[in-house]
Design a protein around this ligand. Structure first.
Ligand code: PEP
Ligand code: MG
Length: 911
């Protein structure tokens, strides 16, 4: 029989699939003998059963009863007992953290009777009634789907009527009155009284947590974070401990190190006399943990000790939730904490220095996405700028945009292409759609662990929180700046700095980030630019150590796609180990387009040869420059690829031009007529599937002669200058081994000619691209004569799916993503089971045909983190990507190799 319920004593941290992150880590803390209130976890499997069958598994009820009885026995209390009630929390917890996206109900077990028992037992009537009103409020919203505003409006109305400034002013009598009002709201909204039976409360809450897996905001969050939709959530049922019992109680959230800088130390927020969600909801501004040290040194010291133990145990930065009930500390949650990109690099190297992890493991603690975010520009330090306010830096970056106040405004303006900053008093999980499209988020309340901060950090959104100087009137659409009396309105442009917490009027100009300076100019330059900014120096040193280690650990090489000497030089600075794709057609654009036009229009073979000849010195010069920039490293030159009409003026435009001139009785120049004739002749309905790639080289062999000779002669010229060029010739869009052989033989002959003429032995490898499914299928035959393969996954995705790469990404891929057919566009992340399978097969078959075959990939996927891991797993020799993505690909190639080793040895490096 399937086991659907696990006591906290039965699980451990590696059981996240079944128990969710929270459940698995609660169990781990129990094993570490930390103070965790007793409880149990209902598995994600039970949730999946519920979601597919619309009801709980039959045996669940009895299993829950057994575990509940065990907890009751341990606590010496019964759930909802009128004399001395055991109270429970029911909390969601999926495998991957989805902060605030799903539901939680606290204080289960309170009713009209047990509230009196709780008051008597605790000797604190106010606390008991406060807990009861919280239960009704949370239960109504999450379980009964009643709009939460009814309750907060009633609460605020009461506070206003009595002239109170906040929750803490409310008396027992006020809370009793509120409970009556809340019960009335429930009855009016549902037609039934608030459920009094404790067990029924618990069962309904469990079902509500299951259901919350599929709320709109949870779905949006999963899509963004690429979390599969079919995992389900676990449900954690835990004995309540109370942070709202008075001045000696409270609740807090903490990190074992600073999640924005990585500095070790105490970082967290604490709220006196408060419960659960109060801290993250940002309802009241919080105290720091340092304040806790003053308030309750015993609990504080115990907390510090536990945080140290957790960090040593998990060997990583952890975040925790805790509650202090009348001086007794309880741990409610821990997990490996989310952190900013800068902190990820710094923490990883700090942990190496502290001897907790190896240098190889350190690279798995960072990601390509994090590195990408560190390469973004930042605000210019000495730019003219006017400060509005300085608040808490919650998620780094430099964001400029128009002020918007709601999801609707944010989405509407973003759809029109505007950059927006979502400004809110505080954010709650419903604001997610607005945060997704915003460049940055600014809130007036809340701390570093508020919902806005946590979610923004997770998404890599720039975020500033707790800007108390701002009075945000969302309904009125204004932000009143208290200190100056000025007002901002929707549409006004502001700049927010998530690294310093500063907010500025207008658009502040941006400059290269320190990490960008590091990857483009090296460590010395970055340190010099950072000056005496210790944090920045530490960051660039960490990035340097991690990238150096990644290069050491990587099995695959990283090359760049570049087609001019400047890009090649830049790619080399970024750490590229060669050029994997030089698109030669890019050399025929601009002023040179006309030279190609002459080739196309040439009336006789002689004229065509002459036209090609005119291109020769130019091509040779291009290659010489690139070989020089990549001296000593391989440079893959691809023969011309696109259909020829791309080099002619547009056929329709020409036709209109001619027709207009004719209608006006003007003389049409002969050249225009010739162009129109050529364009019409060359016109193809499906140019992507037409005369391009190798087909062009077969149709007009003069191109092969020109390009191969230019490559070979450029290599000779470099050798004469004492350089060490390593050109390779690549033939695109191969579908048959015969096509390949025809062109390759011609190229080899030209290389041999140049070798003879010059007396240099050039050793130029000739290989081909795999861009058609047929090529992957017959790869063995092609490889017999080919020295290397490079997967052109842009075309391979296009031809495998039958998707036009120029059209579908704006046409219907967004719909496919919304419908859940795709998590990401297959043009962005390799489609493993389809296109990826062709890559795997093509590689295997190719190596059968030629055991020495070098295999790379040069489509856009070469710089995509998830795809890089896939290419490592199928054994490619290199990935090639645009220069800007080279550092990310280097990091991911290193991570992929280390993680693969970890899997082999069963060590399981962290993703
Ligand atoms: C490809 O098809 O993946 C490729 C690299 O070639 P291009 O993008 O130039 O067609
Ligand atoms: Mg291609």
């Amino acid at each position: 029989m399937t086991k659907f319920v696990y006591a906290f004593t039965e699980g451990n941290k590696d059981m996240k699939d079944l128990l969710g992150g929270k459940g698995a880590n609660l169990a781990e803390m129990v094993h570490m003998d930390l103070p965790v209130p007793p409880g149990f976890t209902i598995t994600t499997e039970a949730c999946r059963y519920y979601l597919s069958n619309g009801q709980e598994p039959e045996e669940l009820e009895a299993e829950v009863t057994r575990h509940l009885e065990a907890v009751e026995e341990q606590m010496g209390k019964k759930l909802g007992d009128p004399e001395d009630p055991l109270l429970l929390s029911v909390r969601s917890g999926a495998k991957f953290s989805m902060p605030g996206m799903m539901e939680t109900v606290l204080n289960i077990g309170l009713n009209d009777e047990s509230v009196k028992g709780l008051a008597a037992q605790s000797g604190n009537e106010r606390f008991a009634w406060d807990s009861y009103r919280r239960l009704i409020q949370m239960f109504a919203r999450t379980v009964l789907d009643i709009d939460g505003d009814f309750f907060s409006d009633a609460l605020h109305a009461l506070q206003k009527a009595k002239g109170y400034s906040g929750d803490l002013d409310m008396t027992t009598a006020d809370l009793q009155e509120l409970v009556e009002q809340f019960k009335g709201i429930v009855r009016r909204a549902t037609g039934y009284p608030f459920p009094q039976n404790p067990r029924r409360q618990m069962n309904l809450a469990i079902t509500a947590v299951f259901r919350s897996w599929n709320t709109e905001r949870a779905r949006i969050y999963r899509r963004r974070e690429h979390i599969p939709d079919d995992l389900g959530t676990a449900v954690n049922i835990c004995t309540m401990v109370f942070g709202n019992m008075g001045e000696k109680s409270g609740t807090g959230v903490a990190f074992t190190r600073d999640p924005s800088t990585g500095h070790s130390g105490v970082y967290g927020d604490y709220l006196v006399n408060a419960q659960g969600e109060d801290v993250v909801a940002g309802i009241r501004n919080t105290l720091s943990l340092k304040d806790l040290e003053q308030l309750d040194p015993v609990s504080y010291n115990e907390l510090m000790d536990i945080m140290k133990r957790l960090e040593n145990h998990y060997r990583d930065l952890c975040d925790i939730e805790f509650t202090i009930q009348e001086g007794k500390l309880w741990m409610l949650q821990t997990r490996v904490g989310k952190r900013t990109a800068a902190a990820a690099f710094r923490v990883a190297t700090q942990l190496v220095d502290e001897g907790l992890i190896s240098a190889e493991e350190a690279i798995t603690r960072t990601t390509g996405e994090q590195l990408t975010s560190l390469l973004f520009p930042q605000f210019q330090r000495d730019a003219q700028r006017t400060l509005i306010t300085k608040a808490m830096a919650a998620s780094p970056g430099a964001a400029v945009g128009e002020v918007v106040f709601s999801n609707e405004q944010a989405e509407a303006r973003a759809a029109e292409g505007a950059k927006v900053i979502l400004v809110r008093r505080e954010t709650n999980p419903d604001d997610l759609p607005g945060m997704v499209v915003a460049a940055g988020v600014l809130t007036a309340r809340g701390g570093k662990t508020s919902h806005a901060a946590v979610v923004a950090r997770g998404m890599g959104r720039t975020c500033v929180v707790g800007a108390e100087d701002l009075l945000v009137e969302e309904k009125a659409g204004t932000v009143f700046i208290k200190s100056t009396g000025q007002t901002l309105r929707a549409g006004d442009v502001i700049s927010i700095d998530g690294t310093t917490g500063e907010v500025f009027f207008g658009a502040v100009p941006v400059e290269d980030s320190p990490v960008m300076i590091y990857v483009s100019q090296g460590l010395e330059a970055a340190l010099e630019a950072a000056g005496d900014d210790v944090d920045t120096c530490e960051l660039v040193r960490s990035v340097d150590r991690i990238l150096t280690q990644a290069d050491k650990s990587a099995r695959m090489h990283v090359r760049a796609n570049a087609d001019n000497p400047e890009d090649a030089a830049r790619a080399r600075e970024f750490g590229a180990q060669g050029i994997g794709l030089c698109r030669t057609e890019h050399m025929f654009l601009g002023e040179r387009r006309e030279l190609i036009e002459h080739v196309i229009l040439a009336a006789t073979p002689e004229l065509q040869e002459a036209a090609l000849g005119a291109l020769m010195p130019l091509q040779r010069g291009d290659f010489e420059g690139i070989f020089e920039a990549m001296d000593g490293l391989p440079v893959v030159v691809r023969l011309i690829d696109p259909p020829l009409h791309e080099f002619l003026p547009d056929m329709t435009k020409l036709a209109v031009e001619v027709a207009t001139m004719e209608a006006r009785g003007q003389q049409v120049p002969e050249h225009t007529r010739t162009l129109l004739r050529a364009a019409t002749e060359r016109h193809e309905d499906n140019p992507m599937l037409g005369l391009r790639g190798v087909r062009l080289s077969i149709q007009i062999p003069g191109f092969v002669d020109l390009q191969v000779r230019a490559v070979a002669e450029a290599a000779v010229a470099c050798r004469k200058r004492g350089l060490d060029p390593h050109p390779e010739i690549m033939i695109p869009l191969i579908g048959s081994d015969k096509e390949f052989r025809l062109v390759a033989d011609r190229a080899r002959k030209i290389i041999a000619d140049v070798e003879r003429e010059s007396g240099y032995d050039l050793d130029i490898a000739i290989g081909n691209m795999i861009e058609l499914p047929r090529a992957a299928i017959i790869a063995e035959k092609i490889a017999e004569d080919s020295e290397f393969f490079s997967f052109g996954t842009n075309d391979l995705t296009q031809t495998t799916w039958g998707f036009s790469r120029d059209d579908v990404e704006h046409e219907f891929i967004p719909t496919y993503m919304a419908e859940g057919i795709f998590d990401t566009s297959p043009f962005e992340t390799i489609d493993r089971e389809g296109v990826g399978e062709l890559v795997r097969m093509g590689t295997e078959r190719g190596r059968k045909g030629n055991p020495n075959l070098t295999v790379g990939i040069c489509g856009e996927h070469g710089g995509d983190p998830a795809s890089v891991h896939f290419f490592d797993s199928v054994g490619l020799d290199y990935v090639s990507c645009s220069p800007f993505r080279v550092p990310v690909a280097r990091l991911e190639a290193g991570r992929a190799a280390v993680m693969a080793k970890g899997q082999e040895s069963g060590a399981g490096a962290t993703a």
